[in-house]
Design a protein around this ligand. Structure first.
Ligand code: IPE
Ligand code: IPE
Ligand code: MG
Length: 208
């Protein structure tokens, strides 16, 4: 879309409320959220996004009941197993960022297999943040590329310890839709708005 490298990051929030509104268990919301991830990755490819970083599980999310965190870990593993072949074919390189020392061993194995299987892909770099804390990443000297556009779904307007360093000059967008309802159209609209924003990085607007 811009012809330049474009890093979009998304805080995928609202799975629980989506499920609650349907009187279904929160884990159903996370499953619907995984389907939204698939749709969004396809949309990002079409839009020419070069890096897409998705916040899937924060280090603070370990505070949730073990049944929910366990279901999420199982879902991540299943997602990677299901998607890695197609992603490799479509030119999508998958990386997982965040701590690995607290993840279940079978999930770490899925992550390593997926990263190796997609390492050569170069159309879109999909980075999934699992057991991620920006503060922890900064303290351990692990910071990534600057974010151009940060989107948070679910209506809350905060960063919840996501990419604090990399978002120094990111454009921020807060979208009311719950994550499972996020569509390709919404990504398109967000990118259109992004293209209309003037970024100055502390300098002056170019003279007319
Ligand atoms: C985001 O949805 C996914 C994770 C944090 C794992 P939530 O589970 O936070 O959904 P809400 O915010 O409770 O609706
Ligand atoms: C942020 O959402 C983490 C993810 C979307 C993975 P949370 O639901 O955990 O954030 P808070 O608790 O509302 O700040
Ligand atoms: Mg939430």
């Amino acid at each position: 879309m811009t012809g330049q490298s474009l890093h979009v990051a998304i805080i995928m929030d609202g799975n629980g409320r989506w499920a609650q509104a349907r009187r279904r268990p929160r884990t159903d919301g996370h499953r619907a959220g995984a389907r939204a991830v698939r749709r969004t990755v396809e949309a990002a490819l079409r839009e020419g996004v070069s890096t897409l970083t998705l916040y899937a599980f924060s280090s603070d999310n370990w505070k949730r009941p073990a049944a929910e965190t366990g279901a999420l870990m199982t879902l991540f593993g299943a997602f990677l197993r299901k998607e890695r072949e197609r992603c490799g074919r479509e030119g999508i390189r998958i990386s997982v960022i965040g701590r690995r020392d607290r993840l279940p061993a079978p999930l770490v194995a899925e992550i390593e297999t997926t990263e190796a299987a997609t390492a050569g892909a170069g159309r879109l770099h999909l980075r999934i943040a699992v057991d991620y804390s920006a503060r922890h990443s900064i303290q351990s000297g692990q910071v990534g590329p600057d974010v151009d556009l940060l989107i948070r779904t679910g209506g809350d307007q905060r960063l919840s310890d996501f990419l604090l360093w990399e978002c120094a000059y990111a454009e921020l967008m807060f979208i009311p839709a719950w994550w499972p309802d996020f569509t390709a159209g919404e990504l398109h609209t967000a990118l259109q708005e992004f293209n209309h924003r003037q970024r100055r990085f502390g300098g002056l607007a170019p003279a007319a």
